[in-house]
Design a protein around this ligand. Structure first.
Ligand SMILES: Cc1ncc(COP(=O)(O)O)c(C=O)c1O
Length: 408
C-alpha cells in the first residue's frame, strides 16, 4: 500500500485537472474585434449593453446592469434600495466579506445571522428573529452555488415588507424550482472575478425585474446619469462602476459556455455525492430537492475528524493537496474578522450606531463556526474533467482515511 503523498508516497494524481479559466478562438476573436473597433469603453459601445441583455435574459430577469466587480454590484444594489445611515441589513455570517462590507459602504450596519447546517445558506427562522425596526433589507448568499431557501426567504421578505437581495456570486446558472436564481428576490448580484463560474478576470452585474430599482441602479453605476439625458446632467449621487467593452466581450463568450460546463459539473457532483457520502465522516453539502440545478462554484463537504484518526481539517487538506487534489479555503465567520472585532467597522456608521457593542458580535453562530472550521471546498474547475477525475478525488479521500494514523 502506497504511503501518503504528504509523507513522501506517490500521489493519487500526477496530472493536473482542467485549467481555469477556459477560452478559445471565440474569446480571441471577441477581443480583437473590440481592439479594432477602437471603442473600448461602455458609454458609446455596444458590447456591455449586449452582455447585460444576454445575461439578464438567461437568468429570466428583465434588466441587467454590468459593473466593475461583485463587490460593486452589492454596493450598487444597496444604493438602489436606498439603504443608508441608521439602517440594518441582515447578512449570513458565512460568506465573503463583500456581502457585509457593501452594507458598511452604504453607512448601514450588517447584522449577522447563522446558516442552515446542511446547505450552509442563510437560516430563514434566524433571519426573521434578527429583524428590528431598523432592518431595511435581507441579503441571502447562494453558497457554493446552492440556492438559499428562496420559498421561505421571499415569503419572509414580503411579510415584513423588506427587499430580498440575492448575492449570487457563487451561483451563475443555479436554479430553484426550475427558475434561475438572481431575480427571484428583488435584486441579484454576481461576480465575474477570476475564480468564478464565468470570468473576465474582474467584473460583476446586477439583475432585477423591478423597473424602479433598475433605474436607480443604472444611474448609480454611471455617475448619477439617466439614460437619454445630456452627458453632463447628473440626477442622483452615483459613482463610476461601468464595465469595459473588453470584459463584456469576453463575458458574452463565457456565458455561451456556461450551460455545457454546468452539465459536466452536475454529473461530476452527482458522482461525488454518491461516492463521498459512503465514506464515514464525509457529508456532502445537502442538495435541497427544490434546487433543480446547483451551478457548483465549489463542491463543499463536511469533514469529521473523528473518522480520520482525529486528524485536524487543515492537516487533512494538506494531505489532499499533496495527493494532487486542489482545494480552496473556506470562509472564516464574518463576525470574527478584525474589521468587526476591533470595532473599526464603526467608523462607517452614524454616531447613534457607533456606541456599544451590538449583541451579534458576541453571539455564537454554531453552524457557521462548524462550516468555517470543518468543511473542505473543491474548486469548480476540477469538476470539469468527467468521471475519471471525480473518481481520483474519492480515491484520495479514501487513501487518507486508510492511512490517517500516519499523519499524527
Ligand atoms: C459571495 C460573494 N459575494 C461577493 C463577492 C465579491 O465579488 P468580487 O470579488 O468580484 O468583488 C464574492 C467574490 O469573491 C463572493 O464570493
Amino acid at each position: 500500500m502506497s504511503e501518503l503523498a504528504l509523507l513522501g508516497g506517490t500521489p493519487v494524481r500526477a496530472t493536473p485537472f482542467t485549467a481555469w479559466p477556459q477560452y478559445d478562438e471565440r474569446e480571441r476573436q471577441a477581443l480583437l474585434e473590440v481592439l479594432e473597433s477602437r471603442v473600448w469603453w461602455r458609454t458609446p459601445g455596444t458590447r456591455a449593453l449586449r452582455f447585460e441583455q444576454e445575461f439578464a435574459a438567461y437568468h429570466q430577469a428583465k434588466h441587467g446592469i454590468a459593473v466593475t466587480n461583485g463587490t460593486a454590484a452589492l454596493e450598487v444594489a444597496m444604493a438602489a434600495l436606498g439603504i443608508g445611515p441608521g439602517d440594518e441589513v441582515i447578512v449570513p455570517d458565512y460568506t465573503f466579506v463583500a456581502t457585509a462590507s457593501a452594507v458598511l459602504f452604504a453607512g448601514a450596519r450588517p447584522v449577522f445571522v447563522d446558516v442552515d447546517p446542511r446547505t450552509y445558506c442563510l437560516d430563514p427562522d434566524l433571519a426573521e428573529a434578527a429583524i428590528t425596526e431598523h432592518t431595511r433589507a435581507i441579503i441571502a448568499v447562494h453558497l457554493g452555488g446552492h440556492p438559499a431557501d428562496l420559498d421561505r426567504l421571499t415569503a419572509l421578505a414580503r411579510r415584513h415588507n423588506l427587499p430580498l437581495v440575492e448575492d449570487s456570486s457563487h451561483a451563475h446558472g443555479s436554479e430553484w424550482r426550475g427558475r434561475k436564481i438572481g431575480a427571484i428576490g428583488d435584486i441579484g448580484t454576481f461576480s465575474f472575478q477570476q475564480s468564478k463560474l464565468m470570468t473576465a478576470g474582474e467584473g460583476g452585474i446586477v439583475i432585477t425585474n423591478d423597473d424602479a430599482i433598475e433605474r436607480l441602479a443604472r444611474a448609480t453605476h454611471d455617475c448619477g446619469r439617466m439614460p437619454g439625458e445630456w452627458f453632463y446632467a447628473h440626477f442622483i449621487y452615483g459613482s463610476n462602476y461601468r464595465l469595459s467593452e473588453w470584459q463584456a466581450a469576453i463575458l458574452s463568450q463565457q456565458l455561451a459556455r456556461l450551460d455545457e460546463q454546468a452539465a459536466v459539473r452536475s454529473r461530476a457532483a452527482a458522482y461525488l455525492n454518491a461516492h463521498l457520502a459512503q465514506i464515514e465522516g464525509i457529508t456532502p453539502q445537502a442538495l435541497d430537492p427544490r434546487c433543480t440545478r446547483n451551478g457548483h462554484y465549489a463542491y463543499i463537504f463536511h469533514y469529521d475528524r473523528a473518522a480520520f484518526a482525529n486528524v485536524p481539517t487543515e492537516r487533512f487538506i494538506q494531505a489532499l493537496n499533496a495527493e494532487g487534489i486542489p482545494t480552496q479555503a473556506s470562509y472564516p465567520p464574518l463576525h470574527e474578522l478584525a474589521l468587526f472585532q476591533s470595532g473599526e467597522y464603526r467608523r462607517r456608521l452614524p454616531p447613534e450606531q457607533r456606541d456599544g457593542e451590538p449583541p451579534f458580535l458576541r453571539q455564537n453562530f454554531p453552524n457557521t463556526a462548524r462550516a468555517a472550521r470543518e468543511t473542505v471546498w473543491l474548486p469548480h474547475y476540477i469538476l470539469l474533467g468527467g468521471e475519471e477525475d471525480a473518481a481520483s478525488i474519492v480515491e484520495a479521500v479514501r487513501k487518507i482515511q486508510r492511512l490517517a494514523r500516519n499523519l499524527l
